[in-house]
Design a protein around this ligand. Structure first.
Ligand code: AMP
Length: 481
Protein backbone atom coordinates (compact mmCIF):
# COMPACT_ATOMS: atom_id res chain seq x y z
CA UNK A 1 0.00 0.00 0.00
CA UNK A 2 0.99 3.68 0.04
CA UNK A 3 3.31 3.44 3.05
CA UNK A 4 5.28 0.59 1.45
CA UNK A 5 5.96 2.78 -1.59
CA UNK A 6 6.86 5.73 0.65
CA UNK A 7 9.26 3.60 2.70
CA UNK A 8 10.91 2.36 -0.47
CA UNK A 9 11.36 5.96 -1.72
CA UNK A 10 12.80 7.07 1.62
CA UNK A 11 15.29 4.21 1.44
CA UNK A 12 16.40 4.52 -2.18
CA UNK A 13 16.13 8.18 -3.23
CA UNK A 14 19.21 9.16 -1.22
CA UNK A 15 20.41 12.67 -1.95
CA UNK A 16 17.38 13.74 -3.96
CA UNK A 17 15.50 16.65 -2.38
CA UNK A 18 12.51 15.52 -0.37
CA UNK A 19 11.41 18.66 1.45
CA UNK A 20 12.13 22.37 1.16
CA UNK A 21 11.08 24.81 3.88
CA UNK A 22 12.68 27.79 5.63
CA UNK A 23 15.04 25.42 7.48
CA UNK A 24 16.56 24.50 4.10
CA UNK A 25 16.47 21.37 1.97
CA UNK A 26 16.03 17.89 3.43
CA UNK A 27 17.08 14.93 1.28
CA UNK A 28 15.20 11.65 1.17
CA UNK A 29 17.96 9.90 3.10
CA UNK A 30 17.95 12.62 5.79
CA UNK A 31 14.19 12.36 6.03
CA UNK A 32 14.46 8.59 6.29
CA UNK A 33 16.88 8.99 9.21
CA UNK A 34 14.54 11.46 10.95
CA UNK A 35 11.43 9.35 10.35
CA UNK A 36 13.21 6.21 11.50
CA UNK A 37 14.44 7.89 14.70
CA UNK A 38 10.98 9.26 15.51
CA UNK A 39 9.37 5.91 14.69
CA UNK A 40 11.56 4.16 17.29
CA UNK A 41 11.07 7.07 19.70
CA UNK A 42 7.27 6.79 19.39
CA UNK A 43 7.24 3.00 19.74
CA UNK A 44 9.31 3.37 22.91
CA UNK A 45 7.74 6.48 24.47
CA UNK A 46 4.14 6.08 23.35
CA UNK A 47 3.63 2.50 24.43
CA UNK A 48 -0.12 2.92 24.73
CA UNK A 49 -0.28 3.93 21.05
CA UNK A 50 -2.17 7.09 21.97
CA UNK A 51 -3.14 9.48 19.18
CA UNK A 52 -0.09 11.63 18.35
CA UNK A 53 -0.99 15.32 18.37
CA UNK A 54 1.59 17.23 16.30
CA UNK A 55 1.72 20.99 16.81
CA UNK A 56 3.81 23.32 14.66
CA UNK A 57 3.93 24.95 11.28
CA UNK A 58 5.57 22.86 8.55
CA UNK A 59 8.85 22.32 10.39
CA UNK A 60 10.89 19.27 9.37
CA UNK A 61 9.90 17.61 12.67
CA UNK A 62 6.21 18.09 11.78
CA UNK A 63 6.73 16.43 8.41
CA UNK A 64 8.81 13.59 9.89
CA UNK A 65 6.50 13.01 12.86
CA UNK A 66 3.46 12.56 10.63
CA UNK A 67 5.20 9.85 8.61
CA UNK A 68 6.78 8.23 11.68
CA UNK A 69 3.39 8.00 13.44
CA UNK A 70 1.92 6.30 10.39
CA UNK A 71 4.73 3.73 10.17
CA UNK A 72 4.31 3.13 13.92
CA UNK A 73 0.58 2.52 13.45
CA UNK A 74 -0.50 5.56 15.47
CA UNK A 75 -3.17 7.97 14.31
CA UNK A 76 -1.89 11.55 14.20
CA UNK A 77 -3.71 14.82 14.74
CA UNK A 78 -2.05 17.77 12.97
CA UNK A 79 -2.58 21.18 14.59
CA UNK A 80 -1.13 24.36 13.17
CA UNK A 81 0.50 26.58 15.78
CA UNK A 82 -1.47 29.58 14.54
CA UNK A 83 -4.48 27.96 16.25
CA UNK A 84 -5.40 29.81 19.48
CA UNK A 85 -4.64 27.87 22.66
CA UNK A 86 -8.30 27.90 23.68
CA UNK A 87 -9.22 26.05 20.49
CA UNK A 88 -6.36 23.58 20.92
CA UNK A 89 -7.63 22.85 24.45
CA UNK A 90 -11.08 22.13 23.03
CA UNK A 91 -9.53 19.71 20.54
CA UNK A 92 -7.53 17.97 23.29
CA UNK A 93 -10.63 17.67 25.46
CA UNK A 94 -12.40 15.83 22.64
CA UNK A 95 -9.44 13.54 22.03
CA UNK A 96 -8.92 12.48 25.66
CA UNK A 97 -5.50 11.05 26.48
CA UNK A 98 -2.96 11.81 23.76
CA UNK A 99 0.77 12.03 23.11
CA UNK A 100 1.67 15.64 22.25
CA UNK A 101 4.61 16.72 20.11
CA UNK A 102 5.46 20.43 19.99
CA UNK A 103 3.35 21.74 22.86
CA UNK A 104 2.92 21.68 26.60
CA UNK A 105 -0.37 20.77 28.27
CA UNK A 106 -0.90 19.61 31.83
CA UNK A 107 -2.07 16.00 32.30
CA UNK A 108 -0.85 14.98 28.83
CA UNK A 109 2.45 13.34 27.88
CA UNK A 110 4.17 16.19 26.02
CA UNK A 111 7.41 16.40 24.06
CA UNK A 112 8.76 19.88 23.38
CA UNK A 113 10.06 21.12 20.03
CA UNK A 114 13.67 20.94 21.21
CA UNK A 115 13.19 17.40 22.60
CA UNK A 116 11.64 16.17 19.37
CA UNK A 117 14.39 17.80 17.31
CA UNK A 118 17.00 16.07 19.49
CA UNK A 119 15.24 12.71 19.17
CA UNK A 120 14.89 13.19 15.42
CA UNK A 121 18.50 14.19 14.81
CA UNK A 122 20.21 11.71 17.14
CA UNK A 123 22.70 9.39 15.48
CA UNK A 124 21.10 6.03 14.89
CA UNK A 125 21.61 3.23 12.43
CA UNK A 126 18.23 1.65 12.97
CA UNK A 127 15.85 1.67 10.05
CA UNK A 128 12.20 0.78 9.64
CA UNK A 129 11.56 -2.90 9.09
CA UNK A 130 7.90 -3.10 9.93
CA UNK A 131 4.88 -0.94 9.10
CA UNK A 132 2.32 -1.17 11.89
CA UNK A 133 -0.49 0.75 10.18
CA UNK A 134 -3.30 -1.54 9.01
CA UNK A 135 -5.54 -0.61 6.09
CA UNK A 136 -8.63 -0.11 8.26
CA UNK A 137 -6.77 1.82 10.97
CA UNK A 138 -7.38 5.51 11.58
CA UNK A 139 -4.62 7.41 9.76
CA UNK A 140 -5.24 11.01 10.81
CA UNK A 141 -7.88 13.11 12.51
CA UNK A 142 -8.36 16.56 11.02
CA UNK A 143 -10.40 19.11 12.92
CA UNK A 144 -12.62 21.42 10.93
CA UNK A 145 -15.07 24.18 11.84
CA UNK A 146 -18.22 22.83 13.49
CA UNK A 147 -21.60 24.50 13.73
CA UNK A 148 -21.75 23.73 17.47
CA UNK A 149 -18.98 26.29 18.05
CA UNK A 150 -16.47 23.51 18.71
CA UNK A 151 -14.07 22.11 16.12
CA UNK A 152 -15.18 18.76 14.74
CA UNK A 153 -12.75 15.89 14.23
CA UNK A 154 -12.95 13.87 11.01
CA UNK A 155 -11.40 10.40 11.35
CA UNK A 156 -9.77 9.32 8.09
CA UNK A 157 -8.51 5.77 7.60
CA UNK A 158 -5.35 4.52 5.94
CA UNK A 159 -7.34 3.03 3.07
CA UNK A 160 -9.03 6.41 2.50
CA UNK A 161 -5.64 8.11 2.15
CA UNK A 162 -4.21 5.28 0.05
CA UNK A 163 -7.09 5.49 -2.40
CA UNK A 164 -6.84 9.30 -2.67
CA UNK A 165 -3.09 9.37 -3.21
CA UNK A 166 -3.09 6.64 -5.87
CA UNK A 167 -5.79 8.50 -7.77
CA UNK A 168 -3.92 11.83 -7.63
CA UNK A 169 -0.68 10.15 -8.68
CA UNK A 170 -2.50 8.93 -11.79
CA UNK A 171 -3.51 12.51 -12.70
CA UNK A 172 -0.06 14.10 -12.59
CA UNK A 173 3.49 12.95 -13.31
CA UNK A 174 5.69 14.39 -10.54
CA UNK A 175 8.47 11.81 -10.13
CA UNK A 176 11.73 13.76 -9.63
CA UNK A 177 9.91 17.09 -9.90
CA UNK A 178 8.82 19.69 -7.35
CA UNK A 179 5.25 19.94 -6.05
CA UNK A 180 4.28 23.14 -4.23
CA UNK A 181 2.19 23.18 -1.09
CA UNK A 182 -0.12 25.86 0.24
CA UNK A 183 -2.39 24.25 2.84
CA UNK A 184 -1.46 24.04 6.51
CA UNK A 185 -0.72 20.44 7.47
CA UNK A 186 -3.79 20.65 9.69
CA UNK A 187 -6.06 21.03 6.64
CA UNK A 188 -6.85 18.28 4.20
CA UNK A 189 -5.80 20.44 1.24
CA UNK A 190 -2.22 19.55 2.19
CA UNK A 191 -2.87 15.79 2.16
CA UNK A 192 -2.52 15.87 -1.63
CA UNK A 193 0.95 17.45 -1.81
CA UNK A 194 2.23 15.83 1.43
CA UNK A 195 1.60 12.31 0.27
CA UNK A 196 1.82 12.53 -3.51
CA UNK A 197 5.35 13.91 -3.12
CA UNK A 198 6.45 11.03 -0.86
CA UNK A 199 4.56 8.38 -2.83
CA UNK A 200 5.88 9.48 -6.23
CA UNK A 201 9.37 10.51 -5.13
CA UNK A 202 8.98 14.26 -5.68
CA UNK A 203 10.24 17.30 -3.78
CA UNK A 204 7.67 18.85 -1.47
CA UNK A 205 7.94 22.64 -1.44
CA UNK A 206 6.33 24.14 1.66
CA UNK A 207 4.59 27.49 1.78
CA UNK A 208 5.07 28.97 5.24
CA UNK A 209 3.18 31.80 6.87
CA UNK A 210 5.12 34.63 8.55
CA UNK A 211 8.18 33.72 6.51
CA UNK A 212 10.78 36.24 5.28
CA UNK A 213 10.70 34.64 1.86
CA UNK A 214 7.35 35.40 0.22
CA UNK A 215 5.29 32.77 -1.60
CA UNK A 216 6.22 34.00 -5.07
CA UNK A 217 9.90 34.44 -4.10
CA UNK A 218 10.05 30.81 -3.06
CA UNK A 219 8.16 29.60 -6.13
CA UNK A 220 10.47 31.54 -8.45
CA UNK A 221 13.52 30.22 -6.59
CA UNK A 222 12.49 26.57 -6.34
CA UNK A 223 10.56 26.19 -9.61
CA UNK A 224 7.77 23.72 -8.93
CA UNK A 225 6.24 21.65 -11.73
CA UNK A 226 2.94 21.19 -9.94
CA UNK A 227 1.10 22.90 -7.12
CA UNK A 228 -1.95 22.24 -4.95
CA UNK A 229 -3.59 25.61 -4.42
CA UNK A 230 -6.95 27.13 -3.59
CA UNK A 231 -8.29 29.62 -6.14
CA UNK A 232 -8.03 32.45 -3.54
CA UNK A 233 -4.33 31.77 -3.11
CA UNK A 234 -3.77 31.82 -6.87
CA UNK A 235 -5.61 35.16 -7.08
CA UNK A 236 -3.07 36.49 -4.58
CA UNK A 237 -0.09 35.03 -6.47
CA UNK A 238 -1.37 36.61 -9.68
CA UNK A 239 -0.90 40.06 -8.11
CA UNK A 240 2.84 39.47 -8.59
CA UNK A 241 3.97 39.74 -12.22
CA UNK A 242 6.69 37.15 -11.65
CA UNK A 243 4.01 34.50 -11.27
CA UNK A 244 4.07 33.84 -15.02
CA UNK A 245 5.56 31.41 -17.54
CA UNK A 246 8.70 33.61 -17.66
CA UNK A 247 9.12 33.62 -13.88
CA UNK A 248 8.11 29.98 -13.34
CA UNK A 249 8.90 28.18 -16.63
CA UNK A 250 8.83 24.81 -14.82
CA UNK A 251 5.11 24.95 -13.99
CA UNK A 252 3.17 22.20 -15.75
CA UNK A 253 -0.05 22.21 -13.80
CA UNK A 254 -2.06 23.39 -10.81
CA UNK A 255 -4.44 21.21 -8.84
CA UNK A 256 -7.23 23.37 -7.45
CA UNK A 257 -9.40 22.31 -4.56
CA UNK A 258 -11.30 23.70 -1.64
CA UNK A 259 -13.49 26.37 -3.18
CA UNK A 260 -15.15 27.51 -6.35
CA UNK A 261 -12.72 28.14 -9.21
CA UNK A 262 -13.87 31.27 -11.00
CA UNK A 263 -13.58 31.76 -14.74
CA UNK A 264 -11.76 35.07 -14.17
CA UNK A 265 -8.99 33.23 -12.29
CA UNK A 266 -8.76 30.71 -15.14
CA UNK A 267 -8.60 33.51 -17.73
CA UNK A 268 -5.85 35.37 -15.87
CA UNK A 269 -3.87 32.18 -15.41
CA UNK A 270 -4.15 31.35 -19.10
CA UNK A 271 -2.77 34.77 -19.97
CA UNK A 272 0.22 34.22 -17.69
CA UNK A 273 0.72 30.49 -18.33
CA UNK A 274 -0.71 29.67 -21.77
CA UNK A 275 0.16 25.97 -21.69
CA UNK A 276 -0.25 24.70 -18.13
CA UNK A 277 -2.90 22.18 -17.12
CA UNK A 278 -5.51 23.35 -14.63
CA UNK A 279 -7.11 20.50 -12.72
CA UNK A 280 -10.16 21.30 -10.65
CA UNK A 281 -10.83 18.86 -7.80
CA UNK A 282 -13.72 18.77 -5.38
CA UNK A 283 -14.37 17.16 -2.04
CA UNK A 284 -14.78 17.76 1.69
CA UNK A 285 -12.43 16.67 4.49
CA UNK A 286 -15.03 13.96 5.21
CA UNK A 287 -14.16 12.34 1.87
CA UNK A 288 -10.34 12.64 2.04
CA UNK A 289 -9.19 15.68 0.07
CA UNK A 290 -11.15 15.17 -3.16
CA UNK A 291 -13.46 12.77 -4.94
CA UNK A 292 -13.83 14.37 -8.37
CA UNK A 293 -11.34 16.00 -10.67
CA UNK A 294 -10.88 17.06 -14.24
CA UNK A 295 -8.88 19.30 -16.53
CA UNK A 296 -10.48 22.70 -17.01
CA UNK A 297 -11.12 23.18 -20.71
CA UNK A 298 -13.53 25.89 -21.78
CA UNK A 299 -15.15 28.73 -19.90
CA UNK A 300 -17.59 26.52 -18.07
CA UNK A 301 -15.85 25.11 -15.03
CA UNK A 302 -16.84 21.67 -13.88
CA UNK A 303 -15.60 19.74 -10.87
CA UNK A 304 -14.61 16.89 -13.19
CA UNK A 305 -15.58 13.25 -12.91
CA UNK A 306 -15.64 10.86 -9.95
CA UNK A 307 -12.44 9.09 -9.00
CA UNK A 308 -12.29 5.28 -9.12
CA UNK A 309 -14.11 3.66 -6.23
CA UNK A 310 -16.46 6.60 -5.73
CA UNK A 311 -19.97 7.25 -6.95
CA UNK A 312 -21.45 10.74 -6.93
CA UNK A 313 -25.19 11.08 -6.69
CA UNK A 314 -27.37 14.19 -6.78
CA UNK A 315 -30.26 13.80 -4.37
CA UNK A 316 -33.32 15.76 -3.32
CA UNK A 317 -34.24 16.47 0.31
CA UNK A 318 -35.79 13.00 0.67
CA UNK A 319 -32.57 11.49 -0.72
CA UNK A 320 -34.23 10.40 -3.97
CA UNK A 321 -31.70 10.41 -6.81
CA UNK A 322 -32.25 13.24 -9.30
CA UNK A 323 -31.68 12.91 -13.05
CA UNK A 324 -28.87 14.60 -15.02
CA UNK A 325 -29.11 18.37 -15.13
CA UNK A 326 -31.19 18.81 -11.95
CA UNK A 327 -29.72 20.63 -8.96
CA UNK A 328 -29.70 18.80 -5.63
CA UNK A 329 -27.38 17.85 -2.79
CA UNK A 330 -24.08 16.22 -3.72
CA UNK A 331 -23.83 12.79 -2.06
CA UNK A 332 -20.58 10.84 -2.08
CA UNK A 333 -20.63 7.04 -1.88
CA UNK A 334 -17.61 4.76 -1.74
CA UNK A 335 -14.06 4.24 -0.60
CA UNK A 336 -13.04 7.87 -0.01
CA UNK A 337 -15.71 8.48 2.59
CA UNK A 338 -14.05 8.80 6.00
CA UNK A 339 -14.81 6.68 9.06
CA UNK A 340 -16.90 9.47 10.61
CA UNK A 341 -16.62 12.13 13.28
CA UNK A 342 -14.57 11.59 16.42
CA UNK A 343 -17.57 12.65 18.51
CA UNK A 344 -19.59 9.74 17.13
CA UNK A 345 -22.31 12.06 15.80
CA UNK A 346 -23.45 10.81 12.40
CA UNK A 347 -23.74 14.26 10.76
CA UNK A 348 -23.94 13.66 7.02
CA UNK A 349 -22.50 10.11 7.23
CA UNK A 350 -24.69 7.09 6.44
CA UNK A 351 -24.54 3.64 4.82
CA UNK A 352 -25.79 2.91 1.34
CA UNK A 353 -25.95 -0.72 0.26
CA UNK A 354 -23.05 -1.69 2.54
CA UNK A 355 -20.89 1.23 1.37
CA UNK A 356 -20.05 4.36 3.30
CA UNK A 357 -21.78 7.50 2.13
CA UNK A 358 -21.73 11.20 3.00
CA UNK A 359 -24.24 13.99 2.42
CA UNK A 360 -22.03 16.99 1.70
CA UNK A 361 -24.48 19.86 2.14
CA UNK A 362 -23.14 21.12 -1.21
CA UNK A 363 -25.49 21.72 -4.09
CA UNK A 364 -24.61 20.56 -7.57
CA UNK A 365 -25.71 18.87 -10.75
CA UNK A 366 -24.37 16.12 -12.99
CA UNK A 367 -24.14 16.49 -16.75
CA UNK A 368 -22.89 13.41 -18.62
CA UNK A 369 -20.78 12.20 -15.70
CA UNK A 370 -19.30 15.64 -14.96
CA UNK A 371 -20.14 17.37 -11.70
CA UNK A 372 -20.96 21.08 -11.46
CA UNK A 373 -21.08 23.12 -8.25
CA UNK A 374 -24.02 25.36 -7.38
CA UNK A 375 -23.24 26.59 -3.87
CA UNK A 376 -24.44 25.63 -0.43
CA UNK A 377 -27.75 25.62 1.29
CA UNK A 378 -26.48 26.36 4.80
CA UNK A 379 -24.15 28.68 6.71
CA UNK A 380 -20.89 26.98 5.75
CA UNK A 381 -18.64 29.29 3.77
CA UNK A 382 -15.20 29.36 2.25
CA UNK A 383 -13.19 32.44 3.14
CA UNK A 384 -9.61 32.84 1.91
CA UNK A 385 -9.76 29.10 1.22
CA UNK A 386 -10.76 28.19 4.80
CA UNK A 387 -13.89 26.23 5.59
CA UNK A 388 -15.92 28.05 8.21
CA UNK A 389 -19.33 27.48 9.77
CA UNK A 390 -20.85 30.90 10.47
CA UNK A 391 -22.54 29.32 13.48
CA UNK A 392 -19.12 28.40 14.87
CA UNK A 393 -18.23 32.10 15.02
CA UNK A 394 -21.66 33.00 16.28
CA UNK A 395 -21.53 30.57 19.20
CA UNK A 396 -18.04 31.66 20.18
CA UNK A 397 -19.19 35.29 20.30
CA UNK A 398 -22.34 34.35 22.19
CA UNK A 399 -20.24 32.48 24.78
CA UNK A 400 -18.20 35.59 25.60
CA UNK A 401 -20.75 36.26 28.32
CA UNK A 402 -21.68 39.88 27.75
CA UNK A 403 -23.53 39.29 24.48
CA UNK A 404 -27.31 39.40 24.30
CA UNK A 405 -27.56 38.45 20.65
CA UNK A 406 -25.24 38.06 17.69
CA UNK A 407 -25.73 37.68 13.98
CA UNK A 408 -22.86 36.57 11.78
CA UNK A 409 -23.06 36.84 8.01
CA UNK A 410 -20.84 36.84 4.95
CA UNK A 411 -20.55 39.81 2.59
CA UNK A 412 -20.08 38.55 -0.94
CA UNK A 413 -19.30 40.01 -4.34
CA UNK A 414 -21.60 39.59 -7.33
CA UNK A 415 -20.03 36.20 -8.10
CA UNK A 416 -20.79 34.90 -4.61
CA UNK A 417 -17.21 35.06 -3.35
CA UNK A 418 -16.94 35.94 0.33
CA UNK A 419 -15.30 39.35 0.74
CA UNK A 420 -15.56 39.54 4.52
CA UNK A 421 -17.28 38.05 7.51
CA UNK A 422 -19.32 40.44 9.63
CA UNK A 423 -20.91 40.16 13.03
CA UNK A 424 -23.59 42.42 14.48
CA UNK A 425 -23.40 42.18 18.25
CA UNK A 426 -26.04 43.35 20.69
CA UNK A 427 -24.58 43.69 24.20
CA UNK A 428 -26.38 42.72 27.39
CA UNK A 429 -27.97 45.59 29.29
CA UNK A 430 -25.36 47.68 31.07
CA UNK A 431 -22.39 46.21 29.19
CA UNK A 432 -20.01 48.63 27.50
CA UNK A 433 -17.44 46.83 25.39
CA UNK A 434 -15.92 48.02 22.15
CA UNK A 435 -15.71 46.06 18.92
CA UNK A 436 -11.93 46.06 19.29
CA UNK A 437 -12.16 44.43 22.76
CA UNK A 438 -14.58 41.82 21.48
CA UNK A 439 -12.10 40.99 18.71
CA UNK A 440 -9.26 40.72 21.21
CA UNK A 441 -11.28 38.32 23.37
CA UNK A 442 -12.22 36.26 20.32
CA UNK A 443 -8.60 35.84 19.33
CA UNK A 444 -8.19 33.43 22.29
CA UNK A 445 -10.91 31.23 20.86
CA UNK A 446 -10.78 31.50 17.08
CA UNK A 447 -8.05 31.51 14.42
CA UNK A 448 -7.49 34.93 12.85
CA UNK A 449 -9.25 34.07 9.57
CA UNK A 450 -12.45 33.39 11.55
CA UNK A 451 -12.50 36.70 13.40
CA UNK A 452 -15.20 38.85 11.81
CA UNK A 453 -15.57 42.60 11.39
CA UNK A 454 -17.59 43.50 14.48
CA UNK A 455 -20.31 46.08 14.73
CA UNK A 456 -21.83 46.74 18.13
CA UNK A 457 -25.48 47.49 17.40
CA UNK A 458 -28.45 48.77 19.43
CA UNK A 459 -30.85 46.25 17.91
CA UNK A 460 -30.64 43.28 15.59
CA UNK A 461 -32.47 44.10 12.36
CA UNK A 462 -35.20 41.67 11.36
CA UNK A 463 -36.33 41.04 7.80
CA UNK A 464 -39.85 41.88 6.67
CA UNK A 465 -41.01 38.37 7.57
CA UNK A 466 -39.43 38.55 10.99
CA UNK A 467 -36.35 36.41 10.33
CA UNK A 468 -32.90 37.26 11.49
CA UNK A 469 -30.85 38.24 8.51
CA UNK A 470 -28.22 35.56 8.74
CA UNK A 471 -26.52 34.36 5.61
CA UNK A 472 -25.21 35.64 2.37
CA UNK A 473 -25.61 39.23 1.34
CA UNK A 474 -25.48 39.20 -2.44
CA UNK A 475 -25.87 42.56 -4.13
CA UNK A 476 -27.76 43.86 -1.15
CA UNK A 477 -30.21 40.94 -1.41
CA UNK A 478 -30.20 38.90 1.77
CA UNK A 479 -30.65 35.16 1.70
CA UNK A 480 -31.58 33.17 4.78
CA UNK A 481 -30.81 29.80 6.22
P1 AMP B 1 -12.85 21.24 3.24
O1 AMP B 1 -13.48 20.22 4.10
O2 AMP B 1 -12.13 22.31 3.99
O3 AMP B 1 -12.02 20.62 2.17
O4 AMP B 1 -14.03 21.99 2.49
C1 AMP B 1 -14.95 21.27 1.73
C2 AMP B 1 -15.92 22.18 1.04
O5 AMP B 1 -15.22 23.08 0.17
C3 AMP B 1 -16.87 21.43 0.14
O6 AMP B 1 -17.93 20.85 0.85
C4 AMP B 1 -17.30 22.53 -0.82
O7 AMP B 1 -18.29 23.35 -0.24
C5 AMP B 1 -16.02 23.34 -0.98
N1 AMP B 1 -15.26 22.92 -2.18
C6 AMP B 1 -14.24 22.03 -2.22
N2 AMP B 1 -13.76 21.94 -3.48
C7 AMP B 1 -14.48 22.77 -4.25
C8 AMP B 1 -14.50 23.11 -5.64
N3 AMP B 1 -13.60 22.61 -6.51
N4 AMP B 1 -15.42 24.00 -6.08
C9 AMP B 1 -16.32 24.53 -5.23
N5 AMP B 1 -16.36 24.27 -3.90
C10 AMP B 1 -15.45 23.38 -3.42
Amino acid sequence: MMLDAILENLKVLGDEASYINSEGMTTFSELYGYVSNLYHFLLRENEKRLPVVIIGHKEVYFRAAMVASSFAGMVYVPIDNHTPRGRILEILEQLGEVFVIGGSFSSQRCVSVSEINDAMRCVSERGIERIYMGKDDAYYIIFTSGSTGKPKGVVVSYKNVDSCVRWLASLIDVRGKVIANQGDFSFDLSVADLYVSLFCGATHLAYEKDCDEGAVDRIVRCLPSYAVFTPSFVDLLLLDKRFSAEGVPSLEGIIFCGERLRSITVRRLRERFPTIELINCYGPTEATFAVTGGIVKGEEISLGTAKDGVEIVIADKQMAVLPDGEVGEIVIIGDSVADGYLSGESGGFFEQGGRKAYRTGDLGLMVGGELFFSGRADGQIKYKGYRIELEDIERNIAELGFVEFVMVYAKRDEEGRVLKICADVLLKNGEDISARDIKAKLSDRLPSYMIPMIRVVDEIPLSANGKYMIGADINGKKTYY
